[in-house]
Design a protein around this ligand. Structure first.
Ligand SMILES: [Zn+2]
Length: 87
């Protein structure tokens, strides 16, 4: 992934991983017509983000976690989600 800027300030970033960490997303996570319904952190510490009406069988897309937070700042509050939990 190429280097790119995010709208939030660096000090707003509370995740233990870097802002450009890739997360596994459903296809429409960054589509304004949809909203983020579920954020899941798996046991490896990987982030998985699902939009509403997610098609579970469609291939996941990789998005940078920072871009997801730019799109929906409420995801930022989930920075301390423990592995194996979802919100
Ligand atoms: Zn990004």
């Amino acid at each position: 992934m190429t280097e790119h800027a995010h709208r939030f300030q660096p000090e707003e970033w509370k995740f233990a991983c870097a802002a450009d960490t890739l997360s596994y997303c459903t296809q429409k996570v960054l589509d304004p017509a949809y909203f983020i319904e579920e954020v899941y952190r798996d046991h490896d510490g990987d982030w998985q983000i699902f939009h509403n009406r997610g098609e579970a069988d469609s291939p996941p897309k990789l998005f940078c976690l920072g871009c997801v937070c730019d799109f929906d700042p409420s995801v930022m509050q989930l920075h301390d989600l423990a592995p194996g939990w979802f919100a």
